[in-house]
Design a protein. Structure first.
Length: 790
DNA sequence: ACTCGTAGCCTTTTT
DNA sequence: GGCTACGAGT
């Protein structure tokens, strides 16, 4: 395609983004601004200008997004050699290639959360460190936290201020050693190893900077420090970096994502070109107005516009249900009615919620109506027991040093190697610095075990040897041999508790085989990729995400979390359970930064909708066993209610689907508003403005809650807390109190001490060393949410 | 060594 | 409500 054609149909800023190739770029792209289109056209344009596809790397958040780009690129210019994939995928390739630099074997295994936790537990056990009631999962969290910030065991141990984290600093090196001994990495290691490798090997860094001349990064607002460093290292000599992102859609702060990375670009690349993509082509003005009103409430935010380009459409509905069950059932009914009376396919509907737990009632409602649906997330396919068992064998074949995999499969299905035996073998292996499998191999000649156990262990070793013979063959034959030799299907049939279980388990195994078959096929067809099918398979298993499995072509309703919905769009969106303690989540309410992230989450949800949006909450919702009354989310108060269609369905649905039992339908709105089903199906909007009412009365906020709310507002106005940040008038902040040696806290980085200051007034900048991480960060007082302590 | 039962646990979001 | 870890019985 000639390069001029690549600009067709693009607006001015999109064209600018496509045509400006060299140098650092930041594309601030709001939702629905045609970002993916711009990136793919940009790549195509680059190639049309003579840049070699092999010099280009495009990094995305999910494999799904990478696949979509690949597909569009194929349409534009046909198959190319551009590297498109996820950050993690990219790093795994680099690590395989240069594994010896980080002390890993080429065939290192990648651990999922379960394996990582098992490994950590073992490290704790072997190191004889007393945990004194600290749960291991908490340690895992902390270690992950540090890894995302590139804090190595050595750095953490050297930090004298880490006393509060003493246990973590003690365990961390043992854990890292255990991983290395197994020849394995956890998720966070993939990024950390890569970042450190680039940082510590100047020659390699230079070589790769040269090799990957053009870097494009999608969802840049969700990158963490490790990813930031990786990018930085690869864009020194050839600073051709195109970062795309939207700070308003940053929803992974809890995973170490650092919004600051966006701001840091300006600091790192003085000639950064910023291109704003603000025209929204996805949603109706009604939907965008809602999103805009909401996000304005975020204080730590740079102003950005949402410019509608579509004609007016339907009003957004806010629906109040008596119970969570009524919510699920009614939405299912609506979808049925809608698909009957219009030509909407089921794939037009997306139902979004904050936590996975909210999917259950919806699933039940769908099943009852025989509505086909796809559930994204929840329990992951690869984390299912039967799948993990099988993969365990493959992992052990790939890397015989992987003791975690070995322990997983050594007695599955049961073959007479019990706990005691495994413990003896482990101790022996530990003493003699060998892997568990090696220990099994020589257990017989060492007279380590009873005669019965010796035979069982010998048989296990022979089994692994036979599987090893299949390693170079096709994946399917390796898996099939494993299934046959272990009589795994028989074992699964016995352990299934119900017929349905049995069927599911069998189907899962079949699905895994089908995937293996697919990979075997790719190997024959594609001579470009030299990786073995085993390697590909293990990468797929480790790095494929739930969203990657999303099918957009199938005629089914989609159910997923708000996080999973990022980057997607649906003509009709239902946003459910918009209730206090759910969205915003109870655990995020205390921290202003986290609260803003919750607001962004709702913003992401709203902006997924193209034509129609219904936001809903229920007055009562079951939590586990008990039921609790649902308080409408405080975010709902921030929406422009005059523009919305508010429906209270408590009266007409109250008597049905009563899952909590104690809904009091007393003095409600039955005469003020009765919903008309034809409005839903026919697509005609009736103006109910005169029927809407004020939230503070209608949503029955408890008086205490209202009081709190007013109090907080008042506090914010008077600036009674010593927090910096754009929200307060400059004169009210005692800027000069931020001087060297003063203790401060930051909502994200924790507590720290000012080590350096410069400038005066709101322009004052301070450098702070944080005790949690030992890292030094510099902030402009007028922008950073720093708080004086003590 | 294995199977079954139960008490106690947690329950945000995920590459 | 659902899963895991642990313990008692076979």
């Amino acid at each position: 395609m000639p390069s001029q054609d690549l600009l067709n149909g693009l607006n001015a800023s999109q064209q600018a983004a496509v045509q400006s190739i060299d140098g650092p770029h930041l594309m601030l792209a709001g939702p629905g601004s045609g970002k993916t289109r711009v990136i793919t056209h940009r790549i195509a344009y680059m190639i049309s200008q003579g840049i070699s596809p092999r010099d280009i790397v495009g990094l995305t958040f999910t494999n799904k997004a990478a696949g979509e780009m690949r597909r569009r690129l194929d349409v534009l210019i046909g198959p190319t050699d551009v590297w498109l994939g996820t950050f993690h995928g990219f790093c795994v390739r680099l690590l395989r290639r240069y594994s010896q630099l980080v002390g890993l074997p080429v065939n290192f295994n990648i651990y999922d959360v379960d394996d990582s936790l098992a490994c950590l537990k073992q490290a704790v056990k072997d190191s004889n460190i007393d945990l004194s009631h600290t749960p291991v999962s908490r340690l895992a969290q902390r270690i992950s936290f540090y890894k995302n910030r590139l804090v190595t065991p050595e750095v953490l141990q050297a930090d004298p201020r880490g006393s509060s984290e003493y246990q973590v600093s003690q365990i961390y090196p043992h854990y890292q050693q255990a991983l290395l001994a197994c020849g394995a990495v956890d998720f966070d290691d993939i990024l950390m190893h890569t970042a450190l490798m680039l940082r510590e090997h100047a020659e390699l860094r230079e070589q790769l900077d040269e090799r990957f001349r053009y870097m494009l990064v999608d969802e840049y607002q969700d990158t963490n420090l490790a990813q930031y460093v990786i990018l930085r290292q690869l864009c020194v000599d050839h600073p051709n970096l195109a970062a795309t992102g939207d700070p308003d859609q940053s929803i992974y702060g809890w995973r170490g994502a650092n919004t600051q990375n966006v701001a840091n670009l300006e600091r790192d690349y003085p000639n950064l070109r910023i291109i704003r993509l603000e025209d929204n082509y996805r949603s109706t003005p009604e939907i965008l107005s809602l999103a805009d009103c909401l996000i304005q409430n975020n204080q730590y935010r740079k102003h950005k516009q949402l410019v509608p380009s579509r004609p007016a459409g339907h009003k957004v509905r806010l629906t109040i249900y008596p119970t969570a069950r009524a919510e699920a059932e009614d939405i299912a009914d609506q979808i049925v009615a809608w698909t009957k009376s219009t030509d909407h396919p089921l794939s037009d509907f997306g139902i979004l919620y904050r936590t996975n737990a909210q999917s259950r009632l919806l699933e039940q409602a769908m099943v009852r109506r025989q509505l086909p649906y796809q559930l994204i997330g929840g329990f992951r396919f690869y984390l299912r027991k039967e799948i993990k068992d099988l993969i365990g064998y493959v992992l052990l074949v790939n890397n015989p040093n992987d003791d975690i995999a070995c322990q997983r499969v050594i007695n599955v299905p049961p073959r007479g190697i019990g706990k005691q035996t495994v413990e003896k073998l482990r101790r022996f292996a530990h003493e003699h610095q060998m892997s568990l499998l090696e220990a099994c191999r020589i257990a017989g000649s060492e007279k380590l075990l009873s005669s019965r156990a010796t035979i069982a262990v010998r048989d296990f070793v022979r089994l692994m040897d036979r599987l090893n013979d299949q390693a170079s063959g096709s994946l399917v034959s390796l898996l099939q041999t494993t299934l046959d030799e272990t009589r795994y299907r028989e074992f699964v049939e016995k352990s299934a508790r119900s017929d349905q279980d049995q069927l599911d388990l069998g189907q899962n195994i079949d699905e895994l085989l089908a995937e293996a078959h697919e990979i075997d096929g790719e190997i024959d067809g594609d001579t470009h990729d030299s990786r073995s099918s085993l390697e590909r398979f293990l990468e797929l298993v480790a790095l494929q995400s739930d969203v990657d499995k999303l099918k957009t072509d199938r005629n089914v309703v989609t159910l997923m979390t708000l996080h999973a919905a990022k980057g997607l769009e649906f003509p009709c969106v239902y946003l459910i359970a918009v209730e206090e303690n759910i969205l915003p989540h109870a655990r995020s309410k205390d921290d202003p930064m986290q609260l803003e992230e919750e607001r962004r989450l709702l913003f992401v949800g709203i902006t997924r909708a193209k034509d129609r949006l219904q936001v809903s909450y229920a007055r009562s919702r079951g939590f586990g066993g008990s039921s609790e009354s649902g308080i409408p989310s405080s975010f709902l108060m921030e929406l422009p209610r005059r523009e919305m269609l508010v429906q209270d369905r408590c009266d007409d649905l109250g008597s049905d689907y009563n899952d909590a039992g104690n809904y009091d339908a007393g003095e409600d709105f039955s005469d003020q508003f009765s919903p008309d089903p034809s409005d839903l199906a026919g697509g005609e909007t009736i103006d109910h403005d005169d029927l809407t009412f004020d939230y503070d009365d209608s949503c029955q906020l408890p008086p205490e809650e209202l009081k709190q709310r007013r109090l907080k507002k008042a506090q914010r106005r008077t600036g009674s807390s010593l927090t910096t940040g754009a929200s307060l008038a400059d004169s009210q902040i005692p800027w000069e109190k931020f001087r060297q040696g003063v203790h401060v806290s930051h909502p994200l980085w924790g507590n720290g001490q000012i080590v350096q200051v410069s400038g005066h007034g709101p322009k004052r900048a301070v450098s702070v060393v944080f005790s949690d991480t030992g890292l030094e960060r510099t902030f402009r007082l007028s922008h950073a949410p720093l708080r004086l302590e003590g």
